[in-house]
Design a binder for this molecule. Structure first.
Ligand SMILES: [Fe+2]
Ligand SMILES: [Fe+2]
Length: 284
């Protein structure tokens, strides 16, 4: 029997888009973690899955223009017009602000988010976007939006991914897990950022402003650590492959455990701003 060839995996943040594995490109990010920026300062990591019939973006960034991302997609051999779906890991502005702009320019595209995110948007409740931190800016809710829950299958033929809800950082976090080039890969958004430089087990910024819940977050991390993917593609920083993925997850679990050891931590949130101020902001 012929030996199975090992998949080629590249998790390096280069000055140009990185082909992480065959079919998957790292096409966008700001300078988070002192990495060389690919697109705008306000952008989280943006991934491009290149399928046979159409392509998918995972997150779409929050920078002021689509142009840098469109350029990076072309540089990766793609075409923005082939992007049929945008899978959004959570509502935070740095992952989603450009979704409405993208849908306006590319009318065949649609967005996919967790059912929790869709429900907040249906009520026009923008708390989970974090936009209250930028009172001068307007947030446009993406119109063509499908909602997913844990277990729902997302297709980008020949690839199939499953949605996995990952609440804690925000209640609407969702990951997408599937086989790509023989690798068990998971897009984790800010739920699992993992080891980044000297920081071990980096997790999403906790704040009552976007309804973080530390105990719920701990359960989410424990669950994923119990069945770790082979490749973690986080919302910020470098991806983690193989033993590094397991190690990152263990360190995330450790970090949240340490946080929970702080007496009365949940009652210290919301840290900014108090609920009344958020309610005022929502009426604007
Ligand atoms: Fe976030
Ligand atoms: Fe983020």
């Amino acid at each position: 029997m012929a030996a199975k060839s090992k998949p080629q995996v590249n998790v390096t943040a280069e000055r140009d888009p990185t082909q992480v594995v065959e079919g998957l490109w790292w096409v966008g990010r700001g300078p988070w973690g002192m990495l060389p920026a690919l697109t705008s300062v306000g952008d989280a990591n943006i991934w491009l899955i290149r399928g046979e019939k159409f392509d998918v973006l995972v997150d779409v960034g929050g920078g002021p223009s689509l142009a840098p991302l469109e350029g990076r997609i072309r540089q990766a051999g793609g075409d923005p017009r082939r992007v049929r779906e945008i899978w959004l890991t959570h509502s935070h502005y740095d992952h989603t602000c450009n979704a409405a702009r993208w849908l306006a320019k590319y009318p065949r595209a649609r967005c996919v988010m967790s059912a929790t995110a869709a429900e907040f948007f249906r009520r026009r409740d923008l708390r989970l976007t974090g936009m209250a931190m930028f009172p001068g800016l307007k947030y446009q809710i993406p119109r063509r939006l499908s909602a997913v829950r844990t277990g729902n299958v997302l297709e980008c033929p020949p690839y199939r991914f499953r949605a996995v809800e990952l609440p804690g950082h925000t209640p609407d976090c969702v990951g997408f897990r599937g086989l790509i080039a023989g690798v068990d890969a998971m897009f984790t958004g800010d739920a699992i950022i993992g080891d980044q430089g000297a920081v071990r087990g980096s997790i999403g910024w906790l704040d009552g402003l976007w309804l973080s819940d530390v105990r719920v977050y701990q359960r989410t991390l424990q669950k994923v650590a119990g069945d770790p993917p082979g490749l973690i593609l986080p919302g910020h920083g470098v991806p983690h492959y193989g033993p590094a993925a397991k190690r990152s997850l263990r360190n995330c679990v450790r970090r949240i455990g340490k946080l929970l050891a702080i007496p009365n931590l949940p009652s210290m949130m919301p840290l900014f701003p108090p609920d009344a101020e958020v309610a005022d902001w929502k009426k604007k």
